[in-house]
Structure formats: C-alpha cells, structure tokens
Design a protein around this ligand. Structure first.
Ligand SMILES: Nc1ncnc2c1ncn2[C@@H]1O[C@H](COP(=O)(O)OP(=O)(O)OP(=O)(O)O)[C@@H](O)[C@H]1O
Ligand SMILES: Cc1ncc(CO)c(N)n1
Length: 506
C-alpha cells in the first residue's frame, strides 16, 4: 500500500511553492499526497500579488473529507496565515490523533519580517510546537521563536551559534528542529562569511534533536535563487517520515533532495528559478549496500514477513516435531524451486544482449548447480532417491516456474534475485541458526546450512543483489516489492503443501 500525507497550506497558482510544490514533492517520493487549502494566492516567480483566505470551517471540511476516507498518519503544515486556521489545524491534529506533524513555520521572511500577527505567534508556540514532530524554520524564524520563548537573542558568527540556538529551542519544548541558514554562507571553518572577499563555501542546515546537533553542510550555490526550497524540504521530510524513516535519516535525505532540486533548478519564468521537483526520481530510498535491509524491513511487507517466519512449518522444524516424510516433501519441492530459478536465470541470459547480465545469470546458475548437488546428497541421506521426484513436477512447481520465468522476462536478473531473497533469508536467519544439538533428525540439513560453502553461496547471492540494486531506478521499487511479496507467498505455499497430508508428490 502507498504511504499517504496531507499538506495544509496555501495554493501557489504558479506551481513553485505551497500546496502545488508539496504535492509534487510527495509524488517524487512515491507518497500519495492530499491537501487542504488555507488560502488561494496569486503569485509567480517574481512575487505574490494577492491572497484570498479560505474560511477556517472550510479548511476543516477539506481535512475531514480526506481523513475520513483515506488512512493517513502524516500532516505537513505550510502557510496557515491566521489564528482561526491554525486553531482548526490543531483540532484536526487532535481529532485524527496525528503523531507525525512536520511544521514549516512560515512566520517570517529570511530578513526577519513577521508574516503573521503576534496573537498567531503565541498560539503557534503554545499549541503547535508541542504537537510538531519537527520544525523547519529559517534562521530568522528560529531566532524569533527563541526570543518569544525565552527572551534570548543569539548572534550568529559561527555554525556553533546555530547549534546553540537549536539546542535552546529543543530545551524549550521543540521535539526536533532543522534550521535552514538562509542568506548566510559559511567558510571552511564554518564562520559566517562577512564580506564578498571571504570565499563562500557552505550553505548549512543544522538538525537538533534531544540527542544530537548535526551540521549538514551543502555546496554553496551562489547563482541559484529559487522559490519553494522551504516547501521542498519540509514536504520531503513528511514524505520520508510517511515512508517510516527515522527523523535523522528522513532529514538527511530531504536535504539531499532539496539541494539536488536547487542545483538543477531552471529558468522558467522571469523571476526566481523553478525547482527540479521530480529529482526524487533519482533518489533511491536506501543507502548503497542496504537494499536487502530496506526490503527486509519495508513497512508494507512487515506483516507478510511475519506470516512467513511464524509459519507452522518453521515452528515444527524448530522444535523438531516436523515428520520426516513431511520434510522429504519439502526437500523435493525446494529442489524443483531452485531448478526453476536456474532455468529462469538461463532464459534471462538468453534474452539479453548485455554480457554483464549474462554473467550475473551464469553466477546464479553456478551457485544453484553447486547447491543442488549437495541438496541431492542430503535427500539421499533421508532415503529420498532422485528418481522419486526429479521428473515429477506437481502443479505447484509448474506455477512457480511460470511465476519466476515471468519475473525474469519482466524484471530481468534483478527480479529473479529478489524472488530468491525469501529463501536466502530463511536459510540465513532460521535454518543456519538452529543449534546442532537441538536439531534432531534435521542435523544433516542444518549442518549443510551452517557450512561455510553454503554461507558463501548465500552471501554471494546477496552481494550480487546489492551491486545489481545500485543500478536500480526508483520507479522499479514497487514492482520489486510486488515480486518479493509473491515470492514470499510461494515459500509459504511450499510450507503449506509440505504439511498437507492430502497432497502427495512422490
Ligand atoms: N546550497 C545553497 N547554496 C546557496 N543558497 C542556497 C542553498 N540552498 C538554499 N539556498 C538559498 O536559500 C533560498 C531559500 O531561502 P528561504 O528558504 O528563506 O526561501 P523562502 O522564501 O523561505 O522559501 P521558499 O524558497 O520556499 O520560497 C534559496 O532560494 C537559495 O537562494
Ligand atoms: C502559498 C505559499 N506558501 C509558501 C510559500 C513560500 O515559498 C509561498 N511563496 N507561497
């Protein structure tokens, strides 16, 4: 299921900021975006020339319409303009028990000019800040908030001063805060560049939580003045949180997204640059080498993984109450499933004109060949001769063969490797973790799973998968998740058949 987010903000008819920007950012992060419009503005890349407020009860109506229909746990707030709309937003956060709220304060310009009336500010501090998961102010807004919350003023000469500012806001009740140091460039020692003679090196974001004050420096892009950067950052954070990232990861990724959007911004209108919002398509939602971890922990698959790991077959295997005849059935099915994978890899190689793909397919076939030789030896140890099952394919095996061949043709060798992932994980996390002393009649099989050759085979497959995944385009992730889900179902179906006395396979 897609993650969802709602943005409560103003409309920017020219598509550069506000609601329109937020929805583009959500889409770029594969998050389904909904919105409640607080005001219609007339603006373009040059400036704002009109604001038409939406009555607060109608803002409420929009949020109700979305929330009563579509499950959504994450709200992002932008321009709320007046206390009445802020109040409604607070009510909605409480009504729908929203735990994740990303607040772009939009209370002052970067020069510190207040955009809201003092009464709004008080309500914002007293009521919205305690409900906010994270605030994304520019430095002027952070300073105004601190002044109102503690009467303190901090002059910014060095990035350490920004850290102090953030830490004080955390101490005053903000849960997390990322400060955008807009309009300030920092030198290599992170001192503020005072004049045009000091070489500007860094644009700096500072993330403060109750645990860290993290400086996130970005290359100074002196020629890029664009509209919508604050909307981009806060919406990206909301989207990443909706995709269940932790705050620190969500922020780091959102900073990278925003910087990329600014770096590739372009001249569309006559004023500020327009951000390259679709750049999210270039961002993978996991770090290099963490593809398997991402798929293993993906929130949309957590229930499916749990069903697999808690399957009765695995419970019986672990407490050695699985009957030997049942286990023999499983060995026969697994033999066929491995063979299906090898055949699909061969077919993928055959349909490819890329030698690297052919080589990776060959690697898979080689590993399966070596595994299957040992697999047949294990079968023999359980009194199961190859003649009894090798040429007999139950309907399930044919269904699996169609599935895996289809995966290979649609998603290539990466798809096949993803489909092989559940078995590799079962082998790695369950079979090979069994204590030899407690493994009873399954000792030969468990010994094989613990063998260094088998472990190296699995590691080889996982390494292959990680390097293949580095070439992945984000649009493919959903397809691969679907393949993984189906493949987990096939593993469970093999367990079911094994335990089903009605189905004989040899
Ligand atoms: N890496 C960077 N290098 C130089 N300047 C940067 C960098 N990142 C952001 N900026 C500057 O900060 C500006 C955004 O400032 P700020 O967030 O105050 O704008 P805003 O008006 O509040 O928000 P919005 O951009 O959403 O309208 C960008 O237009 C750009 O000029
Ligand atoms: C509606 C709206 N929200 C936010 C901003 C800040 O960029 C803007 N220009 N317009």
């Amino acid at each position: 299921m897609l993650s969802t987010c709602i943005t409560v903000a103003g409309s920017d008819c020219s598509g550069g900021a506000g609601i329109q920007a937020d929805l583009k950012v959500f889409t770029a992060h594969s998050v389904y975006g909904m919105s409640a419009i607080t005001a219609i503005t007339s603006q373009n890349t040059i400036g704002v020339n009109g604001v038409h407020l939406i009555p607060a009860p109608f803002v409420e109506k929009q949020i109700d319409a979305c929330m009563l229909d579509v499950k959504c746990n994450v709200m992002k707030t932008g321009m709320l303009f007046i206390p009445a709309i802020l109040k409604v937003t607070l009510d909605m956060i409480d009504r729908y028990k929203l735990k994740t709220v990303v607040v772009d304060p939009l209370i002052a310009t970067r020069k510190g000019v207040l955009l809201v009336l003092p009464g709004y500010l008080e309500l914002f501090i007293k009521e919205l800040i305690p409900r906010a998961t994270i605030l994304t102010p520019n430095i002027a807004e952070a300073s105004i908030l601190l002044k109102h919350m503690t009467q303190e003023t901090i002059e910014i000469h060095h990035v350490d001063d920004v850290k102090t500012l953030g830490a004080k806001l955390i101490a005053s009740g903000c849960k997390n805060i990322i400060i955008r140091c807009d309009g300030i460039s920092f030198d290599n020692e992170f001192f503020v560049c005072k004049d045009s003679l000091t070489p500007s090196s860094w644009y700096v974001y500072v993330l403060c939580t109750s645990e860290v004050q993290l400086v996130i420096p970005q290359k100074w892009l002196s020629t890029k003045i664009a509209k919508g950067t604050s909307c981009a950052l806060s919406s990206a954070i909301a989207a990443n949180l909706a995709n269940e990232m932790d705050v620190q990861t969500a922020v780091k990724r959102s900073v990278a997204y925003t910087q990329h959007a600014l770096e590739y911004s372009f001249h569309l209108g006559r004023g500020a640059n327009s951000l390259e919002y679709s750049s999210g398509y270039g961002c993978l939602p996991f770090e290099e080498g963490e593809f398997v971890g991402y798929f293993r922990n993906h929130p949309h698959l957590s229930q499916t993984w749990n069903f697999l790991f808690e399957h009765h077959f695995l419970q019986k295997f672990k407490n050695t109450t699985l009957a030997i005849d049942e286990f023999k059935k499983y060995l026969a099915l697994k033999y066929h499933m491995l063979m299906n994978n090898a055949q699909a890899a061969g077919l993928t190689a055959f349909s490819s004109s890329n030698i690297a793909v052919i080589e990776r397919s060959a690697n898979i076939i080689q590993i399966i060949k070596e595994e299957n030789v040992i697999h047949l030896q294990i079968c023999k140890q359980y009194g199961l001769a190859p003649e009894q099952f090798v040429d007999r394919k139950p309907a399930f095996v044919n269904a699996h063969s169609s599935f895996i061949n289809d995966v290979g043709q649609r998603e290539g060798v990466l798809g096949i490797q993803v489909a092989m992932l559940p078995f590799s994980i079962i082998l790695q996390d369950i079979f090979s973790k069994m204590d030899i002393l407690d493994s009873g009649a399954f000792k030969p099989f468990v010994l094989h799973c613990k063998d260094s050759v088998t472990i190296e085979h699995i590691n080889g497959l996982l390494r292959n998968l990680e390097s293949e995944a580095s070439t992945l385009v984000p649009e493919k992730i959903q397809q691969l998740l679907n393949i993984l889900e189906q493949s987990i179902s096939f593993e469970m179906a093999a367990f079911d058949i094994t335990l089903d006395n009605e189905t004989t396979i040899f």
